[in-house]
Design a binder for this molecule. Structure first.
Ligand code: FES
Ligand SMILES: [Fe+2]
Length: 352
């Protein structure tokens, strides 16, 4: 049989490959902690696009394609000179708009307007450089507590994960997995499902309130200032299209622990895990290092599982099986499918 007919017979619809859907280039993503740009330029790959990052003379982040227009060397190998990026190969220097402002070999010659590289919008928020590769269609997720003096911010994780961002987004809102995945941290065998599940959708967000009984191992009792082996979490989660989740976890004693996690898409199968948290307690009540250590154990429990999941995630819900607690993941798939449709984009087709 001709290959085309074989493909038609066995094709399945609706998978998501992030680099194939142009609309994902129109969102902001955190690409690097701003503090890491205090010296030399740094590289990052966002949606398959290599970019070079640095801070200009005013300390504002700048992002350009990581490919010099002279002989294609990586600009991120260069250095920052007077707030511009200078190529390591022949020293051509580009400003944050991507315009070449210096060719050292021709100090008195005019510089051709063709000597330029593509630049991208970049800004500093929550201690990270956020970049948008296209014309933004949504704001950077608004984390109100980041500006609230009652909260302290703790930078937690910045590392690549071998999985699709969507898998992590739905995992954060999946209240049925802690019993099985977080066995060494907070999962409770007594609470297989949440007591409350309430959903509200906006154009760019899904709000999810749930209440879940959890276990408190000794180190977590210290972190939470709760002397009980079990407690209740009231979770107000917000998923921000496409790959940011904020989980506001409130405990009965008034403590609030907010996790903000973006899975910045590197390519179809890899995401940069960027996570910070916000707490309304003080260092003397819970040490930063202890909070990070506990959250580290939790995230490694998730990572172990999530890196085994398919990264070509089906948006068509008929392709995986579901249960009641999967509602957030189903809404996420539906909203992403609607986003693609609204932008005239066709989902990818999986051929099996
Ligand atoms: S390759 Fe960049 S200056 Fe020559
Ligand atoms: Fe988890």
């Amino acid at each position: 049989m001709e290959r085309r007919w074989v493909e038609l017979l066995f094709k399945r619809g609706g998978i998501m490959l992030v680099t194939k859907q142009a609309v994902f280039k129109r969102f902001w993503y955190p690409v690097i902690p701003t503090a890491e740009l205090s010296g030399e330029p740094k590289p990052f790959v966002l949606l398959d696009q290599p970019i070079a990052l640095w801070l200009d003379s005013e300390g504002k982040p700048a992002a350009v394609e990581d490919r010099c227009c002279h002989r294609t060397a990586k600009l991120s190998l260069g250095k920052v000179v007077s707030g511009n990026i200078s190529c390591a190969y022949h020293g051509w220097t580009f400003n944050s708009s991507g315009t070449c402002v210096s060719v050292p070999q021709q100090p008195n010659g005019s510089i051709s307007g063709n000597y330029k590289v593509k630049s991208y919008q970049a800004c500093d928020r929550y201690g990270y450089v956020w970049v948008c590769l296209g014309e933004p269609i949504a704001e950077i997720p608004n984390i109100t507590e980041a500006a609230d003096p009652n909260y302290r911010q703790i930078h937690e994780f910045y590392e690549p994960w071998n999985c699709a961002g969507l898998r992590v987004m739905e995992n954060e809102l999946d209240m049925a997995h802690p019993t099985f995945v977080h066995t060494a941290t907070f999962g409770s065998e007594e609470h297989l499902t949440p007591d409350v599940m309430e959903f509200t959708e906006t154009e760019w967000e899904l709000h999810y309130r749930s209440v879940l009984g959890v276990a408190n191992p000794a180190e977590q009792q210290q972190n939470l200032n709760i002397e009980q082996a079990e407690t209740v979490r009231t979770i107000d989660g917000i998923w921000f299209l496409p790959f940011t989740v904020k989980l506001r976890i409130a405990y009965p004693n008034g403590l609030v622990h907010i996790i903000v996690n973006t899975m910045t898409p590197i390519d179809d199968s890899t995401s940069q895990m960027v996570q910070f948290c916000l707490r309304n307690d003080t260092e003397s009540e819970a040490k930063t290092s202890d909070i990070i250590a506990f959250d580290r154990a939790v995230t490694l429990e998730d990572k172990r599982i999530l890196e085994t999941t398919d990264w070509d995630v089906p948006l068509d819900i008929a392709q995986e099986q579901h249960m009641l607690t999967d509602k957030p993941g189903i809404i996420i798939r539906r909203k992403i499918a609607a986003l693609l449709k609204a932008h005239g984009e066709v989902e990818q087709t999986k051929v099996s």
